[in-house]
Design a binder for this molecule. Structure first.
Ligand code: FRU
Length: 424
């Protein structure tokens, strides 16, 4: 991709490439990059709703923040329908798998709160029905702005289209709990442009979502990561030597991998409030490797930029594969070049015996990784499964230079605050 001239200033980078050669180094079941087995006896947060993508309240620098001693998480949520005739099978039994698989179409943003960083209590919906301009409220990031408790929630308004939006509200605490107020006016920020980021018109399976705003610790400016696909008509992308990388003899064949075109997008704010954004070329592309690099986020550590993103087995291209989980890349400066962590990119994948046990990992700056339970086998053959729709055990990883190591496992949904803000 060519850099496009920027009104904001010169664009300083070429995207870094996650190559097919890098992906050939991905190995499931390496204990240092594999999530411990999740037991099928997991507790559920709620029998009434499914929950999945978890977005802890944080400050603009990435620190997980509690308010007046209360932790707050925003979560994508959908009702469970155990009694809805639409979700009964031929025998009249609740088809929980179908209900779970349909959840994306009715995803809404809810919040939960806790005194302990676990044992979450349901607060309610963030926005009243009718506030969000589209049917689906997809993932994003809540940012605590100040000691008045103001919060900017960046998220994705989907169907029709996919627009990065924000809505401002306030967190209010009492001795007994937390409520969110405001969140009444949704402001559209930007959509895919078709020049750097693929549009729906170019590909009906395009991805454009999951905003993650942050302040660059080095230049102090406000930026935002998001998930995208590289612009261009579906099928028109080239998987050349650069995308293939340095592969052994016999691995030059790329099959239909031109259909996999994920990228991690970045935008820069033109104003201090983050109301006016300009998209820049992607930080990282995975053309010929993978079609989805979802929920990208950073950990800033040791003067380095650790870029994490979640991906799936089913979105890998022909000839490369890897587990569902979180992948990572590291650079010395914001615009790269980025190098895959652990050589391959894999940081925390599901074990091959339970390939769908968890997803939507978020690596926090304290090395804790939160995710949700998708489904866990309940018999040895893996044909019977239990659907999750609840918080997974938190995993601890250690990040050291260009490597990461699984080092600990904690309680279900354990998301402790890194700092507490006393509201004025
Ligand atoms: C990850 C994800 C996000 C998206 C949401 C939709 O689990 O696919 O990328 O915003 O779920 O439900």
């Amino acid at each position: 991709m060519k850099n496009t001239p920027s009104k904001f200033g010169k664009t300083p980078h070429q995207p870094s490439l996650w190559t097919r050669a890098d992906a050939l180094k991905v190995h499931a079941d390496d204990p240092t990059t594999t999530q411990p087995l999740v037991s099928a006896n997991f507790p559920v947060l709620s029998d009434e709703v499914f929950i999945w993508d978890t977005m802890p309240l944080r400050d603009i620098d990435g620190n997980i923040t509690s308010v007046d001693g209360w932790s707050v998480i925003f979560i994508l949520t959908a009702d469970r329908h155990p009694n809805d005739p639409q979700y009964l099978d031929q025998n009249g039994n609740y088809d929980v798998i179908r209900d779970w698989n349909d959840r994306h179409g009715r995803a809404k943003m809810y919040y939960w709160f806790s005194r302990t960083g676990k044992d979450w209590k349901l607060g309610g919906r963030v926005m009243a029905e009718g506030v969000s301009p589209t049917v689906r409220e997809w993932a994003g990031t809540p940012i605590l702005l100040n000691e008045q408790g103001e919060v900017d929630l960046y998220y994705t308004a989907v169907t029709p289209g996919a627009t990065i939006v924000k809505v401002r509200g306030r967190v209010v605490t009492t001795e007994h709990g937390v409520s969110l107020v405001g969140f009444e006016k949704v402001k559209p920020l930007f959509e895919a442009d078709g020049k750097m980021y693929q549009t729906e018109a170019q590909n009906a399976f395009w991805g454009f979502r999951d905003p993650w705003p942050f302040r660059d610790p080095k230049d102090g400016k406000l930026y935002m990561l998001f998930e995208g696909n590289v612009a261009g008509e579906r099928g028109s992308h080239k998987v050349g030597n650069a995308e293939i990388g340095d592969v052994p003899p016999g691995y030059e064949e790329v099959g239909n991998s031109r259909f996999q075109t994920a990228c991690v997008g970045i935008a820069v704010a033109r104003d201090e409030d983050g109301d006016d954004w300009e998209m820049l070329p992607p930080l990282l592309t995975a053309v010929g490797v993978n079609d989805q690099t979802e929920r990208p986020h950073f950990v800033f550590q040791d003067g380095k930029y650790y870029l994490f993103t979640i991906s799936h087995t089913f979105t890998y291209a022909d000839g490369v594969t890897g587990p569902d989980g979180v992948y990572g890349f590291v650079a010395d400066s914001l615009f790269g070049p980025y190098v895959p962590l652990n050589g391959s990119g894999l940081v925390l994948g599901n074990p091959s015996s339970q390939p769908f046990q968890t997803y939507s990992h978020c690596v926090m700056p304290n090395g804790l990784v939160t995710s949700f339970i998708d489904s866990v086998p309940t018999d040895d053959t893996g044909t019977q499964i239990r659907i999750g729709g609840t918080e997974a055990p938190t995993v601890g990883i250690k990040i050291k230079g260009q490597q990461t190591f699984v080092v600990a496992e904690y309680d279900y949904g354990y998301i402790p605050p890194m700092l507490d803000v006393t509201l004025k």
